[in-house]
Structures are given as structure tokens and as C-alpha cells.
Design a binder for this molecule. Structure first.
Ligand code: HEC
Length: 182
């Protein structure tokens, strides 16, 4: 008859305790991140600042975070580009001219009149998934790379939206796109 040493029977219990303490910490850390914190990370990694935060001296100016094309910089007509050039961007990297006309990066801050302040989470998710303004409106123009962002999970898009709702609201009315040939 084999006798189980008391320590031997305790070992699995010790490992169990150790593992759950370890896992608990690891899980605790990831769930300790708020959706807005995760959204901030996703916005940085996905390069939203490159187009939605106006450039100053060749870099996104983080004092004007995600406010879109500055309303005081007037751009009226699509530029005529010599072959083989297809598109060009403004020095703020918030306005582009190409075969689609002129497009302007939009205000992603929570301002109610000029930004996403009145948007629901569902509108935001539908916009990115379908490439339509507000989820149901006109097609979103280049160079907004929504077909790639459409592959974000619902959780990712919710986190991004939570982050966008948490940044300072900036009143900045971005112009409407200019159709080609205008
Ligand atoms: C390469 C440039 C570029 C990048 C990168 C980019 N955007 Fe855009 N985005 C644009 C442009 C330009 C528009 C406006 C297009 C139009 O008017 O149809 C736009 C439009 C949008 C709209 C639609 C707003 C509306 O009123 O319909 C949302 C929402 C948006 N972007 C979110 C994001 C998010 C979130 C990211 C990062 C995950 C991002 N964008 C990255 C250029 C960009």
C-alpha cells in the first residue's frame, strides 16, 4: 500500500494557488485598462493622428489632437497634377486632392456641432464598417483607409469610440469635400 505523503497531496494545491495568483495579476492588468485607454493605444497604432491631427513642422501637432482639417485653412479647388502624379496632400496633412476631388479629414473630437459629439457608438461602428458617412450617408472618400479599419473587432471600435469621446472637444468646422472638376 503506498502512502501519500502529506506534502505530495498539497503540491497541486500550491501550484493551483500560484497559477491563479499569477493569472489573476495578468488578467487584472489587462482588464485594468479602460476601454478609452485601449482606444488611445489603437488610435496611435492605426495612425489616425497622421491624417486627423493637423501637422505642424512635419509632425502631428498634439495640441490640436484629432480636430481634422483646420477651418481657417481655405482650400477651394482640386489641384491639377502633372502625370504621373495622382494625389497630393496639404502641409497640414488634413486635405488631399486626387481623382475624387478634394477631401478633408474630419473632426473626431466630441464637439457637438462640428465633431462626433452627437454620434452614437453604432453610427461610429457602421461608418467604419460600411465606409458611409454616419453609417448610412454618402461614401467616405480617400484617403480614409476604412476598408482596413472595417476589420477591427466590435470591441476595438467601441474602445476607439470611447477614447474619442474622452478627448477635449474642439470647435472646428471642417469643409465639405469638393467634387472633381469644380
Ligand atoms: C490616410 C488618412 C487617414 C487616416 C490614417 C485616417 N483617416 Fe479618418 N478620414 C480621413 C479623411 C480624408 C476623411 C474624410 C473623408 C470624406 O470626407 O469622405 C476621414 C473620415 C473619417 C470618419 C468619418 C467622419 C464622418 O463625418 O463621416 C471617421 C469616423 C474617421 N475618419 C475615423 C478615423 C479613425 C478612427 C482613424 C484611425 C483608426 C482614421 N480615421 C484614420 C483620412 C484618414
Amino acid at each position: 500500500m503506498s502512502v501519500v505523503h502529506p506534502y505530495q497531496s498539497l503540491l497541486p494545491a500550491f501550484f493551483g494557488l500560484f497559477a491563479s495568483a499569477f493569472l489573476g495579476t495578468a488578467l487584472g492588468q489587462s482588464s485594468g485598462q479602460t476601454p478609452a485607454e485601449r482606444g488611445k493605444y489603437l488610435v496611435e497604432v492605426a495612425g489616425c493622428h497622421d491624417c486627423h491631427t493637423p501637422y505642424k513642422n512635419g509632425q502631428p501637432d498634439m495640441t490640436r489632437i484629432l480636430m481634422g482639417h483646420p477651418q481657417d485653412i481655405k482650400i477651394s479647388a482640386p489641384g491639377k497634377l502633372p502625370t504621373p502624379w495622382n494625389m497630393a496632400g496639404s502641409e497640414t496633412n488634413t486635405a488631399w486632392t486626387g481623382p475624387w476631388g478634394v477631401s478633408f479629414s474630419t473632426n473626431l473630437t466630441p464637439d457637438k456641432n462640428t465633431g462626433l459629439g452627437l454620434w452614437t457608438e453604432q453610427m461610429f461602428i457602421d461608418t467604419i464598417r460600411k465606409g458611409k458617412h454616419g453609417g448610412t450617408g454618402r461614401d467616405i472618400l480617400p484617403p480614409m483607409p476604412w476598408p482596413g479599419y472595417a476589420k477591427f473587432t466590435d470591441g476595438d471600435l467601441r474602445a476607439i469610440f470611447a477614447y474619442l469621446k474622452s478627448i477635449p472637444a474642439v470647435m472646428n468646422r471642417v469643409p465639405q469635400p469638393v467634387p472633381p472638376g469644380k
